[in-house]
Ligand binder design. Structure first.
Ligand code: G4P
Length: 555
């Protein structure tokens, strides 16, 4: 264990007796995280800078083409839309100060937030990125809720300090008041916008002076002690005084630092910086490595499984079909939870009980793929998936275990999906079933068996368009989408018997999910509240409960 008080606690759960030294070392070295933010807050820019510091890319811009390459950017976006939800949503691994960091990248568009939810299920930490001028924004709030459900540590990076922004104290207040998270500023800004002069590191009381880093390069940092008389020649005294007063205030009135509270997701360390100018990224990475949690124990049907358990285990959190149009493949992304993964190893698939040899595991970095020989807890590998894997599936060696599944999220848009050409039914069925398995969209069915058209249930409109586009281009079926006008879905916790007890219900439509469970669709909150008032005992949930061990019905 490190002598640093801020150390990683990796051994929750029940570690295996026969601890393998390599496994322990590899687990200790790993940290993984996903970034949650509202579009435009600077996620792509921050990702680029982090990779640059990690030496994983030679030049910023490798993640997303910019500036003069605008055309390329828009082509990419078009392709992303055509190919499905997440061509750029992969895993970026880089090394930094002897740590191996896995950045689980998530799609930027809010219509694909379900994909982000699933990625968060595989992450041990989250970085909440805010635009200093805008503060908390809707998409960030939504994704924060998922982090809260999983109680994962959240690190807040307040970006764009080089532009006029809100008062730093109000930004912290907003996080505390709206999200109920305590904050602990790791550094504090001196000025903002044109008057941004740098940050004061809270523990070392050093000032890091703001310089506009050149695009694509690591910035050269200039540090100076807060007591150095030279500082008054570099920073206006009123700006410095204001920053110091605010620091004193949070020192007295703010929450104390507590690593356990960070790890339980109750306290967020806050950093100020400017990703675009490369400012504050290095201090962020260093502090993140000290404070973030390593691969954690995961809950399974046999209790928490320690990453140090020597038996291999992992779960599928994402499926992606046709990532490479030349190969028409399907890739299953597996988060490794325990033990060592080795190429060609044979594992068991918990849902079906079948044995599988994992012969072509891949590491996927942006668009590049390479075969992996071994991987450890906290890592993500891609497996070619000939239709065997579904989201939430567990793979293991040794004693049978099954990880808790990944919940689906409450859809907000519902449309009939019509296939006007009966001769294309076979392909239509194949496409709908495969896209559902992949998690591209949720599918519901009418309770009347004679109405065979499936209902597309989505979180965002683009999801519908992508499904329609993919059905046409990958399965050769032109479809018609007819919006149904509903906005809310509720699953009945007690199933059909509970629903039958309440008798006839008005102002909503009863449908079923692929596990034949009843789901009520409402046009608005008013109709939902009316039902709640009339039947206060009817237990409903907006998150579809996870089903394990039962095969869903297909179209
Ligand atoms: P996203 O992935 O979260 O959607 O955001 P992205 O990184 O694409 O950034 C959105 C815009 O904000 C970009 O401007 C980017 O340059 C800018 N930005 C990111 N970080 C900072 C920062 O620290 N300071 C300032 N001033 N701007 C920042 P754009 O005009 O859309 O693109 P570009 O022409 O700059 O590439």
């Amino acid at each position: 264990m490190s002598s640093n008080p801020i150390v990683n606690e990796i051994s929750k759960g029940d570690p295996d007796e026969s601890l393998d030294k390599t496994l322990r070392r590899e687990v200790m070295q790993r940290k993984n995280f996903a970034i949650i933010s509202h579009p435009d807050a600077g996620k792509t820019t921050l990702t680029e800078k982090l990779l640059l510091y990690g030496g994983a890319i030679q030049q910023a811009g490798a993640v997303k083409a910019r500036g003069e390459q605008r055309k390329v950017t828009s082509d990419w976006m078009e392709l992303e839309k055509q190919r499905g939800i997440s061509i750029t949503s992969t895993v970026l691994q880089f090394e930094y100060r002897k740590s191996k960091i896995n950045l689980l990248d998530t799609p930027g568009h809010q219509d694909f937030s379900e994909d982000t939810y699933r990625t968060l299920a595989a992450a041990d930490n989250a970085v909440m990125l805010e635009d200093a001028a805008k503060g908390l924004e809707p998409q960030t709030r939504k994704l924060f809720e998922v982090c809260r459900m999983r109680k994962i540590p959240i690190f807040t990076f307040i970006n764009k300090m080089d532009r006029p922004g809100q008062e730093p104290l109000s930004l912290l207040d907003q996080i505390e008041a709206e999200l109920g998270l305590s904050t602990w500023a790791v550094n504090w800004p001196i000025g903002s916008g044109d008057e941004f002069r740098g940050i004061i590191e809270r523990e070392s009381r050093k000032v890091i002076l703001f310089t506009r880093g050149e695009r694509g390069k690591q910035s050269i940092e200039r540090q100076i002690s807060i007591d150095d008389p030279e500082l008054e020649n570099l920073v206006e005294s009123e700006l410095l005084e204001k920053a110091l007063e605010e620091l004193d205030l949070i020192e007295e009135a703010g929450s104390p630092m507590d690593v356990d509270l960070i790890h339980s997701g109750d306290l967020t360390p806050v950093f100020f910086g400017s990703a675009m100018t490369n400012f504050g990224v290095r201090p962020f990475l260093d502090a993140f490595l000290r404070m973030a949690q390593g691969p954690t124990a995961r809950n399974s049907n046999s209790g928490p499984i320690s990453p140090l358990k020597s038996d291999f285990s992992g779960f599928v959190f994402k499926l992606q079909a046709n990532m490479d149009p030349k190969h028409r493949d399907r890739v299953a992304f597996i988060r490794i939870c325990s033990g060592r993964f080795m190429k060609d190893m044979t594992v068991r698939h918990a849902r079906t009980g079948k044995q599988i040899r994992l012969s072509r595991p891949q590491k996927i970095f942006g668009q590049d793929r390479s075969v992996v020989d071994d991987a450890y807890p906290g890592d993500v590998i891609g497996l070619n998936n000939p239709g065997m894997f579904a989201i939430g599936d567990t793979l293991y060696t040794g004693q049978r275990i099954e990880y808790q599944g990944i919940p689906c999220f409450s859809p907000e848009l519902f449309s009939w999906l019509r296939n006007p050409n009966p001769s294309a039914f076979k392909n239509f069925r194949k496409g709908v079933n495969e896209l559902r398995e992949e998690g591209a969209i949720q599918i519901l069915y009418d309770t009347d068996q004679s109405k065979r058209d499936p209902i597309l249930a989505a979180v965002g409109q683009l999801q519908m368009e992508v499904v329609q586009h993919r059905l046409e281009h990958e399965y050769g079926v032109a479809t018609i989408i007819e919006p149904m006008g509903f906005q809310l879905a509720r699953w009945i916790t007690g199933g059909w018997p509970e629903l039958e007890k309440v008798g006839r219900i008005f102002n909503c439509k009863t449908v079923q999910d692929p596990w034949m469970r009843p789901v009520l669709l409402f046009k608005n909150d008013w109709n939902l509240n009316q039902l709640k008032e009339e039947h206060p005992d009817l237990d409903m949930t907006k998150v579809a409960p996870v089903v394990s061990g039962i095969e869903p019905i297909n179209l």
